[in-house]
Each structure stands twice: as C-alpha cells, then as structure tokens.
Design a protein around this ligand. Structure first.
Ligand SMILES: *Cc1c(COP(=O)(O)O)cnc(C)c1O
Length: 395
C-alpha cells in the first residue's frame, strides 16, 4: 500500500483531464492566433474552455486570464494593483502573515520599491479577523490580498465578510484561492471578489497552468510583454492542451464537490481524532473552519524532516509545512504566526487528503504515524531532556 496524502502540494491528474489533453494535442494543434482554419479551430476550443471555466466561477469569459499557475496569477494581481494604485497616490497594501510565498515575496519586493505593506496577524486558530481588515484600511490603501484557504494548516478565512468590507470601502480585493477552488463553493460576482488566483494542479488538472480572474474594470498590468494574447494582458502562445485539461478537471471537481467533500471531511476528522491520541501533540489551525482534507499536527521532540523520510518508507507521502519551504531549515512562517515556538514548529506534519483516499488508508496512518513518532522520540536528545524534566513541555 502506498498512500498519497500530499494533495496540497499537488494532486494526481484526473484521467479525464489527461485524455482531453492528449486529444487536444493530437487534434487541435493550431495556434489560436492564426487566421487559417486549423488556427481558428484552436481558437474555438480556447474560447469554449474559457467560457466553461468562467461559468464554474460565476465570472464572465472576458474576466478570465490564463497564466502559468498560481504563482504568476498572484504576482500579476498584486503588481497590477500596486502599479495602478501608485498612479493615484495609493501605495498601501494589506495582507496577512500566513500567505503563500508567491504573495509574501511579491509584497517584500514592493516594500523595497517604496510601498507600505501591513501584514495582519491571525489568531491562534489561524484565522484573520474581518474587523482587523476593516481597521487597517486607509485612504491610500490600493489593495487587500488575503488567501481563501491556507496551504499549510487549511484554515478558511472569512472571505465573504472581507470582500464586502473592501467593496463598501471601494478598495480592490484579491484572494489567492489556489487551495480553496474545488473544495468550497465560490462565485466571484456574488461574493464581490475583484481578483482571484487558481492553479489547475491543485484540483487534479495539469501543472503549469492557472487562472487570474480579474473583474471587468479591475486594472491589469502585463508582466510578460509580447503578443496580444489574453487581450494584451499576458503574452505568449496559449498552452491549449493544459487549458483544456484544466477546464475538464475544474468541471469534474466542482460537479463532484457536494458528494466528495463530506466524505473527505469524515476521513479528516477520523485522522485528527486518531493522531490526537499521541501525547504532546497538537492540531494546528481551527478544527472545523479548515479545508475538508487538511490535517496539520505538531509533535514535540522530533524533526519534521526525519518524520517524513520514515513515513515515506512506511508508504505514506506527507509533507511538513509547505513543499516550497522544505529544504530550508527555517520553521514554517505560518506556524510561527500562530504563536507556536520554533522548536515545536520544527516537528510539524501536514497530511492533505483527497477523494482518492480511503478509510482503510486513514486507519493505516493512525497506526503507523504514532509508531514512527515514538521511534524518533526514543532517539531524540530533545525528547530525553523533556522526559527528564530538564526542559519543559510546551504542548
Ligand atoms: C500551490 C499554491 C500556489 C502556487 O501555485 P503554482 O501553480 O504551483 O504556482 C499559490 N498559492 C497557494 C495557496 C498554493 O497552495
């Protein structure tokens, strides 16, 4: 048995999406910008995918911009708001401490370029307060960018309330919804979302393709100069097979959401229940206001990296923090923002489930993970100190 429990890093491509991509490569090889009939057939396929994706998000087709993924969509949304804000003397941006690095690193750069960035705190539950957003908005605020769901601890942010506040105060609102799309119902128009990022590989679509939704009238600056694709806002010949695959995967995920998400949620809650039995362990993030598939724990006295390697040997693919941060020895910025001490944040484990996981797999993990945690504690000098009382337990 090999259990894939790292769906927040990426997901297995859906067979229907993969088949649609192969068919597109074989049959629709033209360039949508070409005037001949082969090109025009590709343009039709592109338009159909754009309309399908727009309908699934509650948007209009001309509000959909294809990008190379979530990171590019985040960069473009934030840079656009910054550039157009500055033209009106608005150089203040509001976000949170728990954003994805695609957002945080873009904001860091903007700070160096003379923008002012307010990063809001979250509670120990991993959720930002809508009132804090309202209080932080100023005359010169160009953008509020807050993720829909966190990629490490899965917490769902009060997006409806935040979007309403921004709409009333006439401040642009962007949300990185990469983890949320396909797991929670989203309708950008009804929810007053001005800009939204999504990425196909997080919902069983292909890697390297995503969408920036930008409401009609929202200012968009093109990061990539060249041809007039995406209505002049994103140059480069369209990745048509990936776009077609993304449309198929998105429809499949959203159509199946009502049935699959309660099932995944049940698996999640059973896994949380089982792992909570481990002494000196702690669930990170609100137990209920989180993505249906997200489980994130800290175990005192162990190293997340060693845990992952041993779990892999036991046939479990998991993650500590986010895939993008692993390889660095710094503990996760998200766990630190929850007030978790450095030494405890090092021993974190993220298990992210999908509808492909089973009850049997969850029961296996509930048995295997405590064994590995105990083994690592037995050989851990930190754990020895804790047991001897030379160091105090924190959790
Ligand atoms: C994965 C992820 C991204 C990056 O998306 P890519 O398509 O891999 O560039 C951005 N934000 C969040 C919340 C993510 O989980």
């Amino acid at each position: 048995m090999y259990i894939y429990a790292d769906n927040a890093a990426t997901t297995k491509t859906s067979p229907a999406a993969a088949a649609a991509m192969v068919k597109c490569m074989e049959e629709t090889y033209g360039n949508p910008s070409s005037l001949h009939s082969v090109g025009q057939k590709a343009a039709e396929v592109l338009q159909k995918a754009r309309e399908e994706i727009a309908a699934l998000l509650g948007a209009d087709f001309n509000e959909i911009y294809f990008t190379s993924g979530g990171s590019e969509a985040d960069n473009q949304a934030i840079r656009s708001a910054a550039i157009f804000g500055a033209r009106k003397g608005k150089k203040h941006i509001i976000s949170t401490k728990i954003e994805h690095h695609a957002v945080l690193h873009t904001l860091n750069k903007l700070e160096k370029e003379g923008y002012e960035v307010t990063l809001l705190d979250v509670g120990t539950d991993g959720i930002v307060k809508a009132q804090d957003v309202a209080d932080a908005i100023r005359e010169d605020t160009a953008l509020v960018t807050i993720m829909y769901a966190n990629n490490e601890i899965g917490t769902l942010q009060p997006i409806d309330e935040i979007a309403k506040i921004c709409h009333e105060k006439k401040v642009l609102f962007h949300t990185d919804a990469v983890q949320a799309v396909g797991h929670v119902p989203i309708n950008v128009h009804e929810q007053h979302i001005d800009m939204l990022s999504l990425s196909a590989h997080k919902f069983h679509g292909p890697r390297g393709i995503g969408v920036l939704y930008a409401r009609k009238g929202a200012p968009l600056f093109n990061l990539i100069e060249g041809g007039a694709q995406e209505r002049g806002r994103r140059a480069g010949t369209e990745n048509l097979p990936a776009i077609v695959g993304m449309a198929v995967a998105l429809k499949e995920t959203i159509d199946g959401m009502e049935e699959s998400e309660p099932k995944v949620e049940k698996l999640r809650d059973r896994l949380i229940e089982g792992l909570s039995e481990i002494p000196h362990s702690k669930l990170n993030g609100d137990p209920k206001k989180r993505l249906p598939g997200n489980v994130n724990f800290c175990f005192e006295g162990i190293e997340g990296e060693s845990l992952l390697l041993l779990l892999d040997q036991k046939g479990i693919a998991a993650s500590s923090g986010s895939a993008c941060t692993s390889g660095s020895l710094d503990p996760s910025h998200v766990l630190l923002a929850l007030g978790i001490p450095h030494e405890v944040a090092h021993g974190s484990l993220r298990l992210s489930l999908s509808e492909n996981n089973t009850e049997e797999e969850v029961e296996y993990m509930i048995k295997a993970i405590p064994e590995v945690v105990n083994y690592l504690r037995d050989i851990s000098p930190v754990w020895e100190d804790l047991e001897k009382g030379e160091k105090q337990h924190v959790i």
